[in-house]
Design a protein around this ligand. Structure first.
Ligand code: MV4
Length: 451
């Protein structure tokens, strides 16, 4: 096992990782930007080192600065968290070259899954369903039009280098194809430095269902059930839950086996998420794999009892998986992401000083946060300030506990997404579990939100 771990991240996930390290008896090194001197992760770690100015490219994305800190302080391993360098194959490779364990998959596995078009090909060859579409990238408008003749409209153009919705365009007819291709390519080039795009049939009202996996260095893969992440806005997830209401034991088994097959085909190790779209007929299609710990991992922890971050560390240290190969959820868990954003102003970021902060607690409630009264939310990073996770014996109890927790939660000084969550939890479609990726847009009236 390692003795010292550097956490190359900030915010609630840095705190989460420090907690896992401490429980494993490992000492921790926090790194922080000039904007994060007073952060909780800095206070909780055994040692802390400033790695640069506030902008992420100068600090949390600054590979030389992070690696030299790791070498100076003699760490055995680096945990990248999510975002920043978590899915950067070059960073994983630099760690390997420096003799530091990267707590995540191999650079090769990150690379393979990072190109969504080659990942699609690999998954198809492994015998898992993908959405009907192009074989590899599409060269030009004419090639896309050829695919449209076979599949019909609507189609969706996606960026090979992408994920998370950037460089995506839905195309409803031949007349829109040229412009959509041009826009998707330009957006992809600007965002990822890779203008490659591919095409899929557009599914109208799917659920976004993802399977959490763990894989050790011996090639053993465990599946920890699914999360439903359909409640999102502009590709930012807002509410996640496990299990998914659209997934019964039979579909879960099929999704889990498909996810395990994907991980095996990729030679994948560590924690990962295999993302599927599930249609109204319960057909499911692979869309992409995320090669990192995810924000929403806590809902899976609540229904499985497994500490996913500790498992990541154990796997990276070469230990064998000591969890069941296929898990069924126990009870139900829901997560609400509390962001420093104003839902009444189109989710405008709301950084600033938090003057009062009283988080909820009690039965079935977990709050992962790095903030406290007197903390100033900097404007430089993403706006997640807390995750409230509610567990119940069933979905109804989980919802009731979440509503109770959100009423208790007192945050003053900034605007947050709590009013949005209160509205969503009351929504009749949400209550019935009729939640698809267009839920927020189609089923919620954001103009009635009053803070
Ligand atoms: C799709 C889709 C419909 N059909 N693919 C969005 C993020 C990425 N991981 C996969 N995404 C989607 N892929 C096919 N073939 C719908 C989404 C999707 C979406 C699309 C447009 C606008 C909002 C969306 C929200 C969630 C998922």
């Amino acid at each position: 096992m390692f003795s010292k771990v550097l956490i190359a991240n900030r915010g609630e996930i840095a705190v989460r990782i420090i907690r896992a390290c401490r429980e494993l008896g490992l000492s921790t090194v926090a790194v922080y930007s000039e904007a994060d001197r007073g952060s909780l992760h800095v206070r909780l770690a055994d040692e802390a080192f400033c790695i640069g100015p506030a902008p992420a490219r100068d600090s949390y994305l600054n590979i030389p600065s992070i690696i030299s800190t790791a070498e100076l302080l003699g760490v055995d391993a680096i945990h990248p968290g999510y975002g920043f360098l978590a899915e950067n194959p070059h960073f994983a490779e630099v760690c390997r070259d420096c003799g530091i364990s990267f707590i995540g998959p191999s650079p090769e596995a990150i690379q393979k899954m990072g190109n969504k078009s080659t990942a699609r090909e690999m998954v198809r060859k492994a015998g898992v369903a993908i959405v009907p579409g192009s074989d590899g990238p599409v060269r030009d408008e004419a090639a896309a039009a050829g695919i449209a003749r076979n599949l019909g409209y609507p189609l969706i153009i996606k960026a090979a280098g992408g994920g998370g919705g950037r460089g995506m365009r839905v195309v409803h007819n031949r007349d829109d194809l040229r412009r959509a291709m041009t826009e998707a390519r330009a957006e992809a080039e600007a965002a990822f430095g890779n203008g490659e795009v591919y095409v899929e049939k557009y599914l109208e009202e799917p659920r976004h269902v993802e399977v959490q996996i763990l894989a050790d260095a011996r090639g053993t893969v465990a599946t920890l059930g699914e999360r439903d992440c359909s409640v999102q806005r502009r590709h930012q997830k807002l509410i996640e839950e496990s299990p998914s209401l659209g997934v019964g034991p039979k579909l879960r088994r099929a999704l889990s086996r498909a996810a395990a097959r994907v991980a095996e085909a990729a030679g994948y190790t560590n924690a990962g998420t295999v993302e599927f779209l599930v249609d109204h007929a319960e057909r499911f299609y692979f869309v992409e794999m995320n090669t990192r710990i995810q924000v929403e991992h806590g809902v899976t922890e609540m229904v499985t009892g497994i500490d996913i971050v500790k498992e990541q560390i154990r796997i990276a240290a070469g230990e064998r998986l000591a969890v069941p190969r296929e898990m069924e959820p126990r009870g139900h868990a829901i997560e609400c992401r509390v962001n420093a954003e104003d839902p009444a102003r189109d989710f405008l970021p709301s950084p600033g000083t938090i003057v009062a902060f009283v988080p909820p607690g009690g039965p079935g409630i977990r709050v992962d946060t790095h903030v406290f009264a007197g903390y100033t939310v900097p404007p430089h990073y993403d706006s997640l300030i807390a995750k409230v996770i509610a567990w119940g014996q069933d979905r109804e109890e989980a919802i009731a506990r979440m509503q109770r927790a959100l009423r208790e939660f007192e945050i003053a000084g900034i605007q947050t997404t709590i009013p949005f969550h209160q509205d969503a939890l009351e929504n009749a479609f949400f209550r019935r579990g009729e939640v698809y990726v267009n839920f927020v847009q189609r089923r919620m009236d954001l103009t009635v939100l009053h803070v």
